[in-house]
Structure formats: C-alpha cells, structure tokens
Design a protein. Structure first.
Length: 568
C-alpha cells in the first residue's frame, strides 16, 4: 500500500506554476507611527535576506529539481532561529533520492564560517530517517527524539499531526511540485464539454456504450480554425425563453504536492475563453509565452481546435483538517450528487481510490502531471464491498460467542442465542500500529469496548493486544488460529480494504469492527442476516479516518469539528 513515488526522471518542463510562498506573512494591523516615523508592517517568520541571497547556498540548491519546492531557505532559517544542532529528516520513498543532498546542504550552509564568526562553535548534524513513510500519520518524532534530534523536518505530507502534539520541534515541508498549468487546463477543455448535457452525452454515455474513454477526437467541432459550433437539441419553450445551459460541474482534488495547481486550474476553468468570433489578434499571443496570470490561460491561438471555450462550475471539496482539495489514502470528502465528474491531479491511484470509494457514483478522471496523460479511472466497488462484507460477517459470528460490553450489547443481543452453544470460540487480536503516529489510544479504547471481555466462569478468550509497526499475512499467521480468530487493526483502513483478502483470518478496520459489533449498520448492500444479525446497510463506505467530522469514535479525530452555527 505504499504511496505513489515521485519519479524525478519524467518531471514536466516549463512553463510551470511555481508554488506560493506560504511561510511569509504580514500583520494585518495598520501602519503605526512612532515619534512621527512610520513603522513598517511586522513580518511573521520572514526569511532574512542573508539567507535568501546567499550565493553559495543558492548554488547548492540548484542541484535539486527546480520544480520541487523543498523550501531549503525556510528550513535553514528555522534551524538558525532555534539554534538546532541535530535535526532529523523524514521523507517518503519517492523523495528519498534527494535526502542525502538535502542533508549535505543543511549541514554545510546552516552554520557557515563567517569573517565575524557569527556561528562560531555551531555545527549541524542531520539524521536521515530511512524507515518507510506511507503518509503524514507516519511522522516519527518519537524515534527522532530518542536519537538525540532537537527538530524533525517531515517532507511530502501535510501537517496531519499538529506541531503542538509532537514531542520535539516539527517543521512540515509539503514539497509542492510545479507543473505545466496550460497543458492541464487544455487537457480538460479538449475532453470535457463545458455544458452538462453535452458532457453526459459525449463522455459518459459514449463510455457506457464501450467507445473511446478519454479522447474528444474533434467530433464536437469542425476543423475550420476552431469556429465550429456544437449543435445541441433543446426542446422549445412555449414562452419563447431559451433555457440557459447548465455548466458542467467538476470537483478537483489532489495530494498536497499539487494543491497550487488545482487552485490555478479552478481559475482557468471558471472563466470562459474569449469567443473566436470576437476577432482577437492571437497571431503573437502564443499561450505558452503570453502574459502572466489568468490571461496566460485565456489567450489561445485561433487555430486551436477541439477546445471547449465555455465556463465550468468548479468545486474544490474539503475534509477538515485537510486543505481544500486535498485527499489522503484514508480520508476524502463526500461530494454532492449533482457533481458531473471529479478530476484528480497526481500520479498513481492510491489517493484517488480514497475519494472513489467515498463517492462510488461519481465518474473519476486522473491527470498525471509526469507523463501528461488524462485518463478515466474505475474501481471495483461491488467486489470490494463483497469482500469486506464477508470479513465483517465472519467477525460478527466470532463476536457473538463472547461477552460484549457497552453499546455493542444492544446491537447483537437478540442474535447471541444463536451461538450460545459455541462458548470457548477463538478470541480477537487488536493491533495497535506503532509506525510513527498511526496508533491511537482513543480508537483502541473504542475497539476494546465492543469486544468480548474476560469471564472466569467461561472459556472465553479476552482481546489480545499486539503492537506492530507493519502488518503482513506471514506475521499474523505466526499466532495460533485456535486462540485468535479475528484481527482489528488501527494502523490504516486501507490495509483492510486493499489487502484484507490476503490474510487467513478477518482483518477489520475500526469502522468495520464497529459494524460487526452492531454499533452502526454499515454500508449499502451489506446484509447481516442468515442468523448473523438483522441490520441492513445503508449509505456509502465512509473514508473519514482523519476527518474532524467523522461518523463515530472509531476514528482519531472524531468530534474535533466545530459545531455548525444555527441560524435563528
């Protein structure tokens, strides 16, 4: 379940959209005066010019990919400000190739020798944490502190674990990646009609009939210098009023690396391109060399054919505490029913599958910024739900043989008599993930509350707690089947969804364990019948593991969302 790698070989070339500098801010207070002199605005964490203009440092930074924002200046400033002498660097495998270079740069230029001896006696020792890092939940501040680090710099993920909760100073570097914004915008406009009716007919209906999935093939325009018009049949209104065509509604999502590109794409699609009938002089207005900003994406050559020039309705969904448009492999927002399609900007499918699972009826498309391919993506929802349903049913059968506590008693009390003759059946193993910050004691408490408890009068086996950094079928097979029949893991829901079938015994996520114990009904299509229960699932399969507004206490951040305001 490793996250997609960031291949440096096929990185896109300019023109590129540079990430915004998020670390330089200004106070909102008005300019005050002191003794008749204007006081300049106070800057927050402003990087000194001596760092930004350090020629030797900038030359060393040039060895890194120019479209990858490793924010070396920001890191050096943070290290100097707190006079850090030992720093741990943690990054996913896709970025590990740059780890030694970054470590060398920080070691050499954080405390350089100066004529005035400003940093005399100061040195920096970088530690490169090479354990696998799947996501922001894997930040390993515990190990870094034990190794003597005073600060940890975590690359490639958003700040899922707040810096106020880590055991040492923490700096998150998103590593935003600049891509070709014009190619991304035109890829959408060449393939997606800007009118919802045309989109449904030319894209979705055509794909349903088995024809080409992502190519426009210029069927909607004529090759007459781009001036052909799409003819859409509209039933005449007796009142003579021509109905306004509904815009194609698109949801844009990505990983944190491409968030800036997603927001730029929104601006490019929400505004219609100038009509070709306006006679705009585009002879010298090549889109790749046109003016900066929004105009660069609007000035398209008149010879450009097959481009839908209308405006789209764009939504960038958010699942707090994530940034708008950001998705994780375990956390994705639920989209409105009227969304025509979702577009994921990024390589690989791991993060995309998260929002596809949460929105099974929404057509999904992926734009890969490395090979610049725009593809339609599918997911076997029925197969996934069937496999997870069988695991939940088997776990429920095992659970009904024991003594349960709390809310779970209500959910399965009426079915317990079916299995009362099976006392002594195998117990449950609860796996607390120890890879970084994956393990959650609150989730562990919720899981244990719905499992059989120790009873000296019976042969019931109490829950067995295991601490594991990484799960594998081989590792769990070492534990006796006669004593442990089901496992519940707190590491990552995708372990159960993606790899649960590979384990010889049911491996449930905390959400699935709550379904098995009767706390909730589960997802649509799930039927806990045939003597295993009477509940019928409803709704979708939630992907809200790190959401502030998750469904229940089987997630780490449940209840952290702000209550909605009531309009009186």
């Amino acid at each position: 379940m490793a996250e997609p790698s960031m291949d440096p070989i096929n990185t896109p070339v300019a023109p590129a959209l540079k990430p915004k500098r998020r670390f330089v801010g200004a106070s909102s207070r008005p300019n005050a005066s002191r003794g008749g002199k204007a006081v300049p605005p106070r800057r927050v964490n402003q990087i000194p010019d001596e760092i930004l203009n350090d020629k030797a440092l900038n030359e060393a930074i040039s060895d890194l990919p120019g479209n990858y924002s490793f924010e070396i200046h920001k890191t050096v400033h943070a290290l100097r400000k707190d006079r850090i002498q030992c720093v741990a660097l943690q990054m996913p495998e896709g970025l590990m190739i740059y780890g030694p270079i970054i470590a060398d740069i920080l070691e050499e230029y954080t405390y350089p020798e100066t004529p005035e001896g400003k940093w005399k006696g100061m040195t920096l020792e970088p530690l490169l944490l090479a354990d696998v890092t799947y996501g922001a939940c894997c930040i390993d501040d515990f190990t870094a502190k034990e190794m003597g680090a005073e600060m940890i710099v975590h690359y490639g993920h958003s700040c899922l674990i707040p810096v106020s909760q880590t055991t040492l100073k923490t700096l998150y570097i998103f590593v935003e990646i600049a891509i070709d914004p014009l190619h991304l915008s035109l890829s959408v406009r060449r393939n997606f009609p800007s009118e919802s009716t045309a989109f449904q007919r030319t894209i979705l209906d055509r794909q349903a009939s088995g024809s080409s999935s992502t190519s426009n093939n210029n069927n909607n325009v004529t090759p007459d210098k781009g001036k052909g018009r799409l003819e859409i049949g509209i039933e005449e209104d007796p009142s003579g009023v021509v109905p306004v065509a509904k815009k194609t509604k698109i949801a844009l999502v990505s990983t944190v690396q491409f968030i800036s590109a997603v927001h730029a794409l929104r601006e490019a699609l929400e505004e219609a391109l100038p009509s070709l009938d306006m006679g705009i002089d585009n002879d010298n207005a090549d889109a790749s060399t046109a003016g900066k900003g929004k105009s660069e994406l609007l000035r398209i050559k008149a010879e450009e054919v097959g481009v839908w020039r209308g405006a789209y309705e764009i939504v960038i969904p958010q699942s707090k505490p994530l940034s708008p448009g950001e998705v994780l492999g375990c956390t994705a927002p639920k989209l409105d029913d009227d969304v025509d399609a979702l577009i994921y900007v990024g390589d690989g499918r791991f993060h995309l599958e998260s929002i596809m699972i949460a929105n099974p009826s929404c057509p999904a498309f992926r734009y890969d910024p490395y090979d610049k391919k725009f593809t339609r993506e599918g997911y076997e929802h029925e197969e996934m739900r069937g496999l997870r349903g069988e695991a939940v049913k088997q776990a429920r059968k095992n659970l009904l043989t024991g003594t349960v506590t709390g809310d779970a008693q209500v959910g399965i009390a009426e079915d317990k008599e079916v299995y009362e003759g099976n006392a002594g059946a195998a117990g449950f193993g609860v796996v607390l993930g120890t890879l970084g910050r994956q393990g959650s004691l609150s989730v562990l408490k919720t899981i244990k509350a719905g499992l059989p408890t120790t009873d000296a009068s019976t042969a019931e086996i109490p829950p067995y707690l295991l601490l594991l950094s990484e799960l594998s079928p081989q590792k769990l097979d070492l534990l006796p089947h006669s004593q442990l029949s089901t496992f519940v893991q707190t590491s990552c829901p995708r372990l159960s969804i993606d790899w649960g079938y590979a384990f010889s015994r049911p491996l449930l996520s905390p959400y699935e364990a709550s379904v098995a114990s009767g706390r909730i009904k589960g997802w649509g299509g799930l039927r806990l019948e045939d003597g295993l229960g009477t509940s019928v699932g409803e709704g979708g399969y939630p992907m809200d593991f790190y959401s502030d507004d998750s469904l229940g206490p089987w997630t780490p951040r449940h209840g952290m969302g702000r209550p909605k305001r009531v309009v009186v």
